[in-house]
Design a protein around this ligand. Sequence first.
Ligand code: DHB
Ligand code: FE
Length: 301
Amino acid sequence: MAKITASVYTSHVPAIGAALDLGKTAEPYWQPVFQGYEFSKQWIKDNPPDIVFLVYNDHATAFSLDMIPTFAIGCAASYAPADEGWGPRPVPVVQGHPELAAHIAQSVILQDFDLTIVNKMDVDHGLTVPLSLMFGQPPADDFRWPCPVIPFAVNVVQYPVPSGQRCFNLGKAIRRAINSFDKDLNVQIWGTGGMSHQLQGPRAGLINKAFDNAFLDRLISDPTGLAAMPHIDYVREAGSEGIELVMWLIARGAMDDVADDLETLATNSIATHAHSTRARHRFYHVPASNTAVGHLILENT
Ligand code: DHB
Ligand code: FE
């Protein structure tokens, strides 16, 4: 059966992509940011996933105000990089996994979460910057990402956006879906975006280190309590774009140590696997562009 082995959480700041693509990673401003991912790049070489289920948000690249899916699952065979501002990054086309994606769509929709099925979509910095941070730049003579990716786009741009609680419960449903896929696959789930930042209005530039660190603490040790935090607390404490952090709760809800309130729906594999999760790596740095960078790796043991 397929199994979620680990979850990865990371900011997706677009300027990080530009710094990578323009060869600026060793500059004094950027060096401490990339230093925080050195452990992670080695860790993922040592623990290579077969597939990454990547929760992110689109920034008016694939979707616009014409159409705003709350949750959209990519079921395509591939996704072209695209972006606003700096333009498409020089990174490989993202290969999808239509078979597992279609299975997850079927399972999660039958668990009463209304997903939008996406069969053609470009992916922006929200998805490609986390891939670059974790995998580095693929070599020119083998220019591809190391594994397929299932993009899962969440609307955190235009209100009403989904609550942290709904995201957390969705993570549990995604775990059930992956655990019921009849192929031995090592799946990682990534939650991206955040941490505190506000890009607009009188509070533009807002960063809240105390909030961010408390969020990391609670994401590790009290995810169920953290899931109950209302939108207004994110916006007040972490800024208008800090709401991207609800996406981290999708990945967190999919981890083994989170109690499954619908255990009866679950497959045998859930009943038999160990219910424990441990933090392997934690990193926090301010600033990167207009945001705080946060990063966490949790493993199921
Ligand atoms: C910035 C950060 C983001 O997360 C984003 O999506 C766009 C811009 C910024 O720091 O400027
Ligand atoms: Fe963003």
